[in-house]
Design a protein around this ligand. Structure first.
Ligand code: FE2
Length: 398
């Protein structure tokens, strides 16, 4: 969602407490964070970087901070049954609980969000030690997901965290042999490009309004209403973006299709509760990233062979008609790696979707590389839905 190295726009911050600087972290609730950390480290190349648990004075939960580029995943597991995560894991399995945003002043951001109509879930709380402070405050969004505003001072300032400082008090740095392996064999994931939510049928526009009214988001300029529904799509989607366009939150709802919508399948395995469907992670080199992830055993969606019979005509003619060069990556390697391609008036993108990351058909990842295009691969919807339907059929959920 944001380039890793550029600093925040300090000019805008003074006037708007809801100026979102970055995705501070994405928190997963998982049944066993110690084991999940190894899964994400081994398969996706994350560094197992920091830990808060009984040994650091955390009596209620264990938290593993995994990092890669400017991506911070926090894996949280409850240590006793009265922790709220215990009940959520029972209902939803492993998945995303919190998409947290870095802001300049978490309390001010929270106050403004509440004035704009947000529902509170965590009042402002400051955790501090001699190194600095971290202030967090949370609001509810769709279903089981929350947004936490995070502001940081001293050694806990985000640029310092990115450079390797402690995430917040109670965390300690840890290491694992997998970290050295990942440093030598990078997967190349740089930052969160977008976070997609699945909401109930008929509720998409309510959540669009929530992002407009509460967080000042706008409908992303590239969204095109005519493209959202095809015979296969069974999906309605709108992309919301923060004022500075750094944070993108597409929202899906199920729609009538020939067969059961994948959004409906998600909801049915998620206690009929909205949640995060996928996190898209950006790479500068789709082929290298996908090749390394495949080598590590990441389970990607398989496309019908026929996809590559027609894709180059579709994509390269779109590029040509807008005066852009054809796709520069090796076309045969793209096919061999099973990567999807799409183009629009601004350029093209390469993308690929994993299968669900846990046994329930809920959360998955997308690996995306943009070459000018700022859209989300709508030209791939049909091919994708065919592939997804095949998977649903295998699961007996069609
Ligand atoms: Fe996506």
């Amino acid at each position: 969602m944001t380039q890793a190295t550029t600093g925040p726009d300090l000019g805008a911050s003074a006037t708007d407490p809801l100026n979102l600087i970055d995705v501070d972290h994405v928190r997963f609730y998982v049944a066993n964070a110690k084991q999940a950390a190894y899964f994400y480290a081994h398969t996706f190349g994350f560094r197992i970087d920091q830990l808060a648990d009984l040994t650091t004075g955390s009596r209620d939960e264990a938290d593993y901070l995994l990092t890669q580029g400017n991506i911070r995943l926090m894996l949280t597991t409850p240590l006793h049954k009265s922790h709220p995560a215990a009940e959520e894991i029972k209902r939803f399995g492993d998945g995303v609980k919190d998409i947290a945003f870095t802001v300049f002043d978490a309390e001010k951001a929270y106050d403004k969000a509440l004035r704009n109509g947000a529902e509170p879930v965590g009042t402002p709380r400051t955790i501090s030690d001699e190194r600095g402070t971290v202030t967090v405050a949370s609001i509810k969004t769709y279903g089981r997901v929350v947004h936490t505003f995070v502001s940081r001072t001293g050694e806990y300032d985000l640029p310092k965290v990115k450079a390797g400082a402690n995430f917040m008090p109670v965390f300690r740095k840890i290491d694992s042999p997998v970290n050295a392996h990942n440093a030598k064999n990078p997967c190349g994931l740089k930052y969160v490009d977008h976070c997609v939510g699945n909401v109930e049928e008929g509720k998409m526009n309510e959540w669009v309004e929530f992002y407009e009214n509460v967080l000042g988001f706008k409908m992303f300029k590239h969204f095109d209403d005519k493209d959202i529904s095809t015979e296969y799509s069974a999906l309605m989607s709108k992309v919301m973006a923060s004022g500075n366009n750094l944070i993108k939150m597409p929202i899906n709802e199920p729609a009538e299709g020939k067969k059961k919508s994948q959004i409906q399948e998600y909801l049915e395995w998620h206690d009929m509760t909205p949640g995060c469907q996928h996190l898209a992670m950006r790479t500068d080199d789709e082929l290298a990233s996908v090749a390394e992830l495949r080598r590590r055993g990441v389970d990607f969606l398989n496309l019908p062979d026929s996809y590559y019979d027609i894709v180059w005509d579709r994509v390269n003619s779109t590029l040509k008609s807008h005066g852009h060069d054809a796709v520069r990556e090796d076309h045969d390697r793209i096919r061999d790696l099973g990567i999807l391609v799409d183009a629009d008036d601004e350029g093209y993108l390469l993308q690929l979707f994993t299968k669900p990351l846990q046994d329930r058909p809920t959360l998955f990842f997308e690996i995306i590389c943009r070459r000018g295009s700022q859209s989300f691969g709508k030209g791939n919807f049909k091919a994708l839905f065919e592939a997804l339907e095949l998977e649903q059929e295998r699961r007996g959920n069609l």
